[in-house]
Write a protein that binds this ligand. Structure first.
Ligand code: HEM
Length: 493
């Protein structure tokens, strides 16, 4: 009996392995027509993979450059798992314009411990209604109120940078910009200041910087993907500490805000009180001015009040805004300054635009000013083209999808490499040249709608893109009203 049992078990294992192998070989035949670096059954391209996170970008971009021809699409294999990389506007459009392929790839799982199933990480079933619910939160009428936060934090940054400017010595501006962006999103998302610019020692500030670093490194290193390896041999312990601090802080702010609203008698009463304050035209210098503005958190709590969202979902959404809303903007602002510092003639045009608008007036920047800074906007967009803060993102195909004649099977992970889409010479002649005029109305007209994807495109694009552009333009305008920047490192170095 025992021998028969063992024989059956071995037979079952052999059958399972044989089925998986046949499926894998069939899949490989399906992808045979797709260009890509040479790979082998079962191990795929694993032997060529560089494991150091810092090599990941170079390797990905290098692989795309090896296959620059149309349709700008290639297939690589992570062991038995096929990935399709897309880096031409035409093929990207096929995937992003479909309302079906909106589920994210598996590397987003690494965000789940922190962000739960917030808007960024949620599956298509829960994402759709949530996106509909949250879209009005990012309407211009609401965003207008955050200009005050952008002004306040920019002025703090200006004060911090002034001694450096006066010394005339070079310094790394990125950490100061990152703290400013963190203060802005914290104030906007939670209505609470973490004071990152003036207090680097806060646990929340340390934890948010550290967890971003841990997650980015983990996403780029396949050896740390399995939970067991990550928690036991990787940065799991530090990750757990960060989570405790971040979740603890967000939850505390949510609870306190909820208690405040309840004390006032509910959300409607709070909105009315706010409206009264505005009608009475309480000035910007009023000590209570912060209370004149709603934070994203208040809008979420309003949805809870109206029973459109469960209370348990508030924290994941706030954490998502915190994650998506600071590293991205700070990277864009830092790169813009770097490029302006490399191209003095472009910077002179920015200064001229600012001088024409503000002259010697030290007044705050208004919502209308932001709209009229057209050339600065071109500079920010051209920076996002060359150095997109999110250089690639993934989707899982919901159904078999023909892409340029190849039927890519359902379940395949598609990597959209915006960094390389932005370097397609068909849509961007001399792609490496920094030329903000590419975004003038004349040059923008007629451009392929999927040729520029810093905020992704289609239904699941960035919900915070208007906020981001307004923030970046305000902070940069403040810095460039008072400073000239020079980059120590040139682009060709
Ligand atoms: C320069 C700044 C920014 C860039 C380049 C950027 C870029 C992106 C990209 C590429 C995506 C799509 C990611 C994917 O499909 O996996 C995305 C999604 C998202 N972004 Fe941004 N983002 C920026 C700023 C912001 C800000 C300031 C916020 C919030 C205040 C924000 C909130 C979100 C959210 C919630 C999503 C998920 C949207 C959804 O799935 O429906 N982003 N962003």
């Amino acid at each position: 009996m025992a021998v028969l049992g063992i024989a059956l078990l071995i037979g079952a294992i052999v059958a399972l392995v044989a089925t998986a192998l046949l499926k894998h070989l069939r899949l490989r035949r399906q992808f045979a027509a797709c260009p890509g670096p040479r790979s082998f059954p079962l191990i795929g391209n694993a032997a060529q993979l560089k494991m150091k996170p810092e090599d990941f970008m170079d390797q990905t971009m290098g692989t795309c450059m090896m296959f620059p021809a149309y349709p700008r699409m290639q297939n690589i294999w992570l062991a038995t798992e096929p990935y399709v990389m897309l880096y031409g506007a035409e093929v990207v459009e096929v995937v992003l314009s479909s309302g079906k392929h909106i589920d994210k790839g598996f590397e987003y799982n690494m965000l789940h411990p922190w962000l739960g199933r917030g808007l960024l990480t949620s599956a298509s079933t829960t994402w759709r209604p949530r996106r509909k619910l949250l879209t009005p939160t990012f309407h211009y009428d609401i965003l207008k109120d955050f200009v005050e936060v952008f002004n306040q934090q920019s002025k703090i940054l200006l004060g911090i940078l002034r001694p450096f400017a006066e010394s005339g010595k070079s310094f790394d501006v990125s950490t100061y910009i990152a703290s400013c962006a963190l203060d802005i999103i914290c104030e906007s998302a939670m209505g609470r200041s973490v004071n990152a610019q003036l207090n680097h020692q806060s646990d929340y500030v340390k934890a948010i910087i550290e967890i971003n670093d841990i997650i980015h490194k983990r996403q780029k290193n396949p050896l740390s993907w399995p939970n067991f390896l990550f928690w036991h041999f990787g940065n799991g312990k530090r990750h757990a500490w960060c989570l405790e601090v971040l979740h603890g802080f967000t939850q505390k702010v949510i609870d306190e805000r909820k208690a405040e609203i309840d004390k006032l008698g509910g959300m409607d009463e709070m909105m009315n009180a706010l409206q009264d304050k505005r009608n009475n035209n309480v000035g910007d210098d009023d000590v209570d001015s912060k209370k004149q503005r709603l934070a994203f958190l208040d809008l979420l709590l309003d949805l809870v009040d109206r029973q459109q969202m469960p209370m348990a979902d508030v924290r994941p959404e706030v954490d998502t805004f915190m994650f998506e809303g600071h590293d991205t903007t700070s990277s864009a602002m830092t790169w813009t300054l770097h490029l302006l510092g490399c191209y003095p003639e472009v910077q002179r045009r920015v200064h001229a635009e600012l001088d024409a608008l503000f002259g010697d007036d030290a007044r705050d920047i208004t919502f209308e000013d932001i709209g009229s800074l057209k050339y600065l906007e071109c500079c920010v967009k051209e920076t996002l083209r060359l150095f997109p803060s999110v250089p690639m993102f993934t989707r899982v195909l919901k159904h078999d999808q023909p892409i340029d004649g190849l039927v890519v099977p359902a379940g395949t992970q598609v990597v959209i490499v915006s960094y390389m889409v932005h370097r397609d010479p068909k849509h961007w002649p001399d792609p490496e040249v920094f030329d903000p005029d590419r975004f003038s109305p004349q040059q923008t007209a007629g451009r392929h709608p999927y040729a520029f994807l810093p905020f992704s495109a289609g239904g699941r694009n960035c919900i915070g893109q208007r906020f981001a552009m307004m923030e970046e333009k305000t902070v940069l305008a403040w810095l460039l009203r008072y400073f000239e920047v020079e980059s120590v490192q040139r682009r060709d170095q």
